[in-house]
Design a protein around this ligand. Structure first.
Ligand SMILES: Nc1ncnc2c1ncn2[C@@H]1O[C@H](COP(=O)(O)OP(=O)(O)OP(=O)(O)O)[C@@H](O)[C@H]1O
Ligand SMILES: [Mg+2]
Length: 416
């Protein structure tokens, strides 16, 4: 509701409350000014008594109306009583027709039924038309005709005003309904907006947390595949050095340890800069894999071969790096845990995917009963899997104690 609407409602409430007093006062003042219209003493006393009665009725209604929210039987009875008083007062002095006009003003507020409202307005028009015709009792016969004519005019005016008032009320009600609907829509929109904002904040938080977890996994895999793998090799070489008395053997293994350290450092630097593994700088993936497998076989004295199936296609560098890292870790595991005599690495290019299998004929293990991850190990398998998943691929480990191990990776084929 607008401020103008509220102001209008307030003024209308004032009119409804005070108009019977104002109109009664107007009638009283005019009748005092023209005392010749009520010459008889008895009539004057009756007038005063009726004015007092009208005032008492008005004071009572002033209290009674506060308890009511709309028209009811009591308000209708008040209307009827006031009308009766106004008719008798108008009979005694036509100026009290002003008081009878109250029925025009508040019949809608006092009478519930629409038809009875019309009847109330018509009833109020009777003393008014009678007063306009010269006051009752009529002295001349033509006054009756005049009364009838005035009654018609009064009611025609009432009907016309009533028509416009009703239309205006309907329009106001429609406007209020539209405004109410708009307010409801606005509230719903605001609520949806608030919910969206909360959801967005939650999503952002989740995304950030997921990002942190993902980044931690990526770093764990990088550290594992560069520094940790290198350290494992270096420790193995140094253990040989500490256990041998032969200076030549010791020298050879120290050299290998130094080469491993240099290699690991280089790989760690490259991974920090997000560069491809050093093995892929000059070679294609099949070449790099062939070299890694040969080097591994030489280093560990285990038979290992590399097989290429399908036509080698150029892959996106992320895929090549992923497959090389996975091979390196699978080979490291085979050396560390399998005790195998034979290892095979197969790279296959298919229409829409590329697969990599690393098999050994070693002691195998139960993938569902992995030893608890310790501070020094247990990151390899998970690192391989998360590397594959990061490029929308998958990794499965098939193994059984006594039956070797197969690590299979499938990646959707993505060209550079
Ligand atoms: N080829 C394999 N043959 C036998 N057991 C294996 C093989 N690969 C993995 N395992 C078993 O699975 C476990 C988990 O391997 P994973 O690579 O995750 O950890 P890790 O090699 O022990 O340590 P890290 O790789 O972190 O240095 C190993 O400890 C080992 O018991
Ligand atoms: Mg490992």
């Amino acid at each position: 509701m607008t401020t103008a609407d509220t102001d209008l409602d307030r003024h209308w409430a004032t009119v409804l409350k005070w108009h019977p007093y104002w109109l009664l006062a107007t009638g009283t003042l005019l009748s005092v000014a023209r005392p010749e219209l009520t010459p008889a003493g008895g009539e004057r006393i009756a007038t005063v008594v009726l004015i007092v009665a009208a005032l008492v009725l008005q004071l009572w209604w002033g209290r009674a109306r506060r308890l009511r929210t709309g028209p009811d039987a009591v308000s209708a009875a008040y209307f009827a009583l006031r009308w009766t008083l106004s008719v008798v007062l108008t009979w005694l002095n036509p100026f009290f027709a002003f008081y009878a006009a109250t029925g025009y003003i508040d019949n809608n507020e006092l009478i519930a039924d629409r038809r009875w409202r019309r009847a109330g307005a018509f009833a109020s028009s009777l003393p008014l038309a009678a007063a306009q015709a010269g006051g009752v009792p009529f002295a001349r016969a033509e006054q009756w005709a005049l009364f009838a004519g005035l009654l018609l005019v009064n009611n025609a005016l009432l009907t016309m005003v009533g028509y416009f008032v009703q239309h205006e009320e309907e329009r106001s009600a429609a406007r209020a309904a539209t405004i109410g609907e708009l307010e409801r829509t606005n509230t719903a929109l605001q609520k949806a907006h608030d919910e969206n904002a909360a959801l967005q904040a939650q999503l952002l938080l989740q995304a950030r947390e997921a990002g942190i977890v993902e980044e931690r996994r990526r770093l764990a895999a990088e550290i594992h595949d560069t520094i940790a793998q290198g350290m494992t090799g270096i420790i193995a070489q140094l253990q040989v050095v500490s256990g041998t008395a032969d200076p030549a053997t010791a020298h050879e293994h120290v050299e290998r340890a130094a080469a491993l350290a240099r290699h690991s450092l280089g790989e760690a630097r490259r991974s920090v800069q997000n560069l491809a593994p050093v093995g892929l700088v000059h070679d294609t993936l099949p070449q790099a894999l062939r070299k890694s497998v040969a080097q591994w076989a030489d280093q560990h004295g285990v038979y290992a071969d590399f097989t290429l199936a399908g036509e080698a296609l150029e892959l996106h560098s992320e895929l090549s790096a992923t497959l090389l890292r996975i091979t390196q870790e699978a080979l490291t595991n085979a050396a560390k845990h399998a005790g195998a005599s034979r290892v095979g690495v197969t790279l296959s290019y298919m229409d829409s995917e590329v697969t990599l299998d690393v098999r050994d004929n070693g002691r195998g293990f139960d993938p569902l009963r992995l030893p608890k991850r310790t501070g020094t190990g247990g990151f390899g398998l998970e690192g391989m899997r998360s590397r594959a998943e990061r490029v929308a691929g998958s990794l499965t480990v098939e193994s059984e104690p006594g039956y070797g191990t197969a690590v299979s990776t499938r990646l959707p084929l993505v060209r550079p």
